[in-house]
Design a protein around this ligand. Structure first.
Ligand SMILES: *[C@@H]1O[C@H](CO)[C@@H](O)[C@H](O)[C@H]1NC(C)=O
Length: 409
């Protein structure tokens, strides 16, 4: 089946303080990558050297090996030998592939286009532990084939699929229609399909490690909150991405999360806050629940968390948000922090959410710490300085400019 797919770099879309679409056109499809445009003035935060000692993904010097060994008491490859990564050429997916290879785990990189894979995975294509598989993530047979022999999978993809059509313009129009139909999203189809395959082929009753780790995003539940809750927790409910929620993208992700919870497979859902490549990597990951977190995190740190949880029973059947607290080193183990979190079956109360909110609001970047005052495309630093963001004043942002659009039509 020929499909027309647009991959939205999910975490780019969900950046709380940035929303910059950059668009490329391919030969068979129009990939649309969103986000990554947040500019943080270098003077606005301090990069401590201790905060970045773990950031390199390619170094093989012994000091770094030692640190890695210390950070993962049980080496990842003793628990999972082979892991499939969906969305392996995306900006976070690529880092997950690199991180797993660094941990001597065999990786099946599930990609839409071999050309894109050759480009994005150029630094690891010679690694004998890497297998690149072209795979339509909405096709069960293709998924099943890619997952053969895998112990677990990490889902880093998002986007929308469509039937083939004759012109790019038709495809673009169709895309815009499809985008608002959650059923047609790759996540909503691919995540439960993958969960079912892992459930029947991989999950062993004796093992309580997450078998499917899903990269989601902070904010996915906020559009569905009651007005009273939105008002009470305005510092996270009234941020630009939630306010504008282009194409209902947050709801699509929330729906896919729920399908995964319902699937019966061992899972872990990771919801990073605003992805920002200028935010220091090697920061302390701070975990919370209740979808009340707002802040930033570097994609490298997200990739590490996604790989870490593959070997942590403490992460199983849990959903949590994560921000990167720059200036604090990462802990040797994240297991103690994850152990304190509730499973989704246990749930957390409104009172717990509110307490969590009160803490997380203090971790907002910038000085004003007024996330609700942000305009789409405006950074916390711009807000502090009274500068307008690149998409205009709050309330009059150019939503069209903020939304992902195909080019060449
Ligand atoms: C490959 O590695 C180099 C050196 O670290 C880096 O600058 C470049 O961005 C990497 N390329 C990709 C596609 O990851």
């Amino acid at each position: 089946m020929k499909i027309f797919i647009t991959i939205l770099a999910v975490l780019g879309i969900f950046q709380a303080d940035a929303f910059l679409p950059t668009i490329k056109s391919g030969t068979k499809f129009i990939p649309t990558t969103v986000g990554g445009g947040s500019s943080v003035s270098p003077s606005s935060f301090q990069v401590s050297s201790s905060a970045v000692t773990l950031r390199s993904s390619t170094t093989d010097d012994s000091a770094s090996e030692e640190k890695q060994a210390a950070a993962f008491p049980t080496p990842t490859n003793q628990i999972v030998q082979k892991v499939a990564v969906a969305g392996a050429t995306g900006r976070t997916g690529k880092l997950v592939v690199e991180e797993l290879l660094k941990r001597n785990v065999q990786v099946v990189a599930m990609v839409r286009s071999l050309e894109t894979a050759a480009e994005k995975l150029v630094n690891v294509t010679s690694n004998s532990n890497l297998e690149i598989q072209q795979c339509d993530l909405t096709n069960e047979n293709a998924l099943s084939k890619a997952l053969q022999g895998c112990d677990a999978a990490v889902w880093c993809a998002t986007g929308f699929s469509d039937a083939p059509s004759t012109s790019l313009l038709e495809k673009a129009k169709r895309l815009l229609k499809i985008v608002v139909a959650p059923k047609q999203s790759i996540d909503a189809v691919g995540v439960p399909a993958m969960a079912n395959i892992l459930l029947s082929q991989v999950q062993k009753t004796s093992s309580s490690y997450p078998k499917l780790v899903m990269l989601s995003s902070a904010g996915v539940t906020r559009p569905s909150w009651s007005d009273a809750k939105k008002q009470k927790l305005a510092g996270c409910a009234d941020i630009p991405i939630v306010r504008l929620n282009p194409f209902g993208i947050l709801d699509v992700k929330a729906e896919s999360e729920q399908k995964l919870r319902d699937s019966g497979v061992n899972y872990c859902i990771v919801r990073p806050c605003g992805l920002n490549d200028n935010w220091p990597a090697g920061a302390r990951p701070v975990f919370s629940q209740g979808d009340v977190a707002v802040g930033r995190i570097n994609r490298q740190d997200v990739a590490k968390v996604l790989c870490d949880v593959l070997t942590l029973e403490e992460a199983c059947d849990k959903t949590f948000e994560v921000v990167g607290l720059a200036g604090y080193p990462p802990p040797l183990e994240i297991a103690p922090a994850l152990k304190r979190l509730k499973t989704d079956a246990q749930g957390i109360s409104e009172a717990e959410s509110e307490a969590m909110y009160a803490i997380m609001q203090q971790l907002l970047p910038g000085e004003k710490q007024d996330a609700a005052a942000l305009a789409m495309g405006q950074t916390y630093e711009q807000l502090d300085k009274g500068e307008t963001g690149r998409l205009g004043e709050r309330g009059t942002e150019n939503a069209e400019a903020a939304a992902p659009k195909p080019t060449n039509v």
